[in-house]
Write a protein that binds this ligand. Structure first.
Ligand code: PLP
Length: 395
């Protein structure tokens, strides 16, 4: 301790400690670097910096080395250049809206979209002078006919996480690019592992990191990923004004799960596909909507563009079963919990009445849909659980 500081009071020395640590500590762990205040080296650095500049740390809300390390890994997974983190998947969706849509603009949203995304669009339509139209997710290049001079954003989801239609992302992105319309895809389903939309011409990929990236049902976070600097800066500006910071402790949890995400994804995929194939043989089931199986609209696109499917699929029950019977089936499941979200180790099931969610496309089934998320339990136990619940509720 230098002479000038040693005569300061203990309290001051506790507030401004002179810590001397042994050098040379190394581990595999990204340090949790917290900070709201970021210390500038001098006043000149305060005056010369800009929010656009990623090489200067300015304020904890914009990120710390911990969040930046996570963002970099996420950009790499998707083949993007820039990733921004938001405190939930839904706030990532909101960041896209506020980044690229202004009053007077028109937005196209597919019928298979995550429904809070559509609700967000409706809010902008009601209160912010934006027009929002829905389209049939199977429209492909036909989207060109829907693009208006004021269309500024086209959303996609591949597959839709309830109804599982796989849109022709390549064709929609090409039609949008030809008219200078920005495209954004909710790519949560594939975690960026099994599908790389930026390489097919999509401008922005959105991830709900709450799902596979967290992997333990304990973190809420989202990301927007792009390879385009101008779009990145639009998103970054909106994120700054909206104050969408993330907790570095949460980033640390996601960083902890990321190395085993691919192995988990493949394990979910194997069990889910086996259960989906088996459910197709059951007399209670009319259709199994798993994109790797032919019942699913867009199956060919999926086989062409995706390398895997993960743990989600949906089952359409025969119309002879009432909502109450299907609810009783879901209630009778033991290993499948009832709850929103997915991506953790535990299996989930949720019943839906899809016809009520549709506007731009016809839903071809009369029966109820149950969306399954297949966790990391033994597949044989999950099968036995479903079989028992089918017999007790519908048998
Ligand atoms: C869960 C989910 C979101 C939203 O993520 P949150 O972190 O729960 O806000 C968005 N899109 C899809 C497809 C999702 O499954």
């Amino acid at each position: 301790m230098t002479d000038s500081t040693s005569d300061r009071a203990l309290q001051t020395r506790i507030v401004h400690p002179e810590v001397e640590l042994a050098p040379g500590f190394e581990s595999f762990v990204t340090p949790v670097m917290r900070g709201s205040t970021v210390i500038f080296p001098n006043t000149a650095a305060v005056r010369t910096g800009s929010w656009r500049d990623d090489t200067q740390w300015r304020y904890g809300l914009q990120g710390t080395p911990t969040s930046a390390a996570l963002a970099q890994r996420l950009a790499a997974i998707e083949g993007g250049k820039y990733a921004l983190l938001q405190p939930s998947g839904l706030s990532s969706i909101s960041n896209v809206y506020f980044g690229v849509v202004k009053s007077g603009d028109d937005v196209l949203i597919p019928d298979n979209v995550y429904s809070p995304n559509y609700d967000h669009g409706k809010w902008l339509a009601e209160d912010f002078g934006v027009s929002v139209r829905r389209y049939d997710p199977m429209i492909g290049g036909g989207i060109a006919d829907l693009i208006q001079p004021n269309t500024s954003l086209i959303w996609m989801e591949a597959p839709g996480s309830l109804t599982m239609e796989v849109p022709d992302v390549r064709a929609i992105a090409a039609a949008a690019r030809a008219r200078n319309v920005i495209t954004a895809i909710d790519n949560t389903y594939s975690a960026g592992l099994a599908f790389r939309p930026l390489e097919l011409g999509v401008d922005i990929s959105v991830q709900a990191l709450t799902k596979y990236q967290s992997g333990a049902s304990d973190v809420l976070m989202g990301a927007t990923i792009t390879a385009d600097e101008a779009i990145y800066l639009k998103l970054k500006r909106a994120r700054m004004h909206l104050g969408l910071g993330v907790s570095v402790d949460d980033c640390s949890l996601v960083l902890r799960s990321l190395p085993n995400m691919k192995v988990r994804f493949e394990a979910h995929d194997r069990s889910a596909l086996a259960l989906a194939r088996w459910l197709k043989t059951r007399p209670e089931v009319v259709s199994v909507l798993h994109p790797a199986l032919p019942d699913c609209p867009g199956h060919e696109t999926f086989m062409r563009e995706f390398t895997g499917a993960g743990g989600l699929f949906s089952v359409v029950f025969d119309a002879r079963y009432s909502i109450e019977q299907i609810d009783a089936f879901v209630d009778a499941l033991d290993l499948f919990a009832i709850g929103w979200s997915w991506g953790g180790a535990q299996s989930l099931a949720m019943p839906y009445d899809i016809a009520a969610l549709r506007t731009a496309s016809q839903w071809p089934y009369g029966g109820m849909l149950v969306r399954f998320y297949v966790g990391l339990e033994e597949e044989a136990d999950l099968r036995a659980d479903i079989e028992r619940a089918l017999t007790s509720a519908l048998g």
